[in-house]
Design a protein. Structure first.
Length: 280
């Protein structure tokens, strides 16, 4: 078995493995083994509604989505399978961003002995509250930026999915996306990332019980990379998750790092440096 770790990257809501492509490239050029996961229903398996392609907004609000059947357990099972395969060849560093933290915690509960380190990058880490939704209802998460993004989803989501029309062409939607996720980026950079996102996300993910358990998840060494310019998941909320987790497992606290970045990571060499060091 190799001593070289495999970095397994888990994307956030409405995203896919492409989100991590630059980071995988840069770590690979440092001799690191990396792979980015497409969660079920994402990436090459994404479902783009016919009405989304036609921009028929009335039809888009009601067109059913097979993603409505997916659950957080489906996500965890998929990533667990990849972790098991990666562990056969060496240590595993499991990295997640944003909603990807839900999957990290659930996989940590399932196979703590197969993961050498968990790395949360401005990611949900449910401890005192059971789910994303429970935190979303409380300050400091109730920001104007999040409210506008929520409005975009509420404009038309069929049962069981959170659907966002990323191709609306509304300058206000583009501006809201950039303000919430990528305010330090150029408009062109933000638009490119904006168009990478897919419209549908299973609605069940935000209400799933995603708490890490002290006896399983709590045994895994873990790091939290704070994004100090994050407007969607503000630093105060990131600090809350760190504090809650550290209270749960005081003998295994988070190793904490901070990077000046908005919620969506641009090409941040500093993050590559941190991840490289965490691989040992």
């Amino acid at each position: 078995m190799s001593k070289q770790p495999t970095y397994v990257f888990v994307h956030g809501t409405h995203a896919n493995a492409y989100y991590w492509s630059w980071f995988c490239q840069e770590l690979a050029l440092r001799g690191r083994r990396t792979l980015a996961v497409d969660l079920p229903g994402h990436g090459v398996d994404a479902v783009l509604p016919d009405a989304y392609q036609r921009q028929d907004r009335a039809a888009l609000a009601v067109e059913p989505s097979p993603l409505a059947e997916l659950t957080a357990d489906d996500y965890a099972e998929h990533v667990e399978g990849i972790v098991r395969r990666a562990h056969r060849i060496g240590p595993v560093v499991l990295v997640g961003h944003s909603q990807g933290g839900v999957t990290l915690s659930l996989v940590g509960n399932r196979v703590p002995d197969l993961i050498d380190r968990l790395v949360y990058i401005s990611a949900f880490c449910c401890v005192d509250r059971p789910s994303m939704a429970a935190y979303l209802q409380e300050p400091p998460l109730l920001t104007p930026e999040l409210a506008r993004i929520t409005e975009m989803a509420a404009a038309g989501s069929p049962e069981g999915v959170a659907r966002v029309n990323w191709r609306s062409g509304d300058p206000g939607d583009e501006a809201a996306f950039r303000a919430a996720n990528a305010h330090t980026w150029t408009p062109a950079q933000s638009r490119a990332m904006h168009q990478m996102l897919q419209p549908d996300e299973p609605g069940s993910i935000t209400v799933a019980d995603a708490r890490g358990h002290a006896e399983t998840w709590g045994r895994i060494p873990r790091s939290y990379i704070r994004l100090t310019q994050d407007r969607l998941l503000p630093p105060a909320l990131q600090d809350r998750w760190i504090a809650e987790a550290d209270r749960l497992t005081p003998d295994n606290p988070f190793d904490v790092h901070s990077i000046a970045s908005p919620h969506f990571l641009a090409r941040e060499p500093e993050l590559v440096d941190v991840l490289d060091r965490l691989g040992g």
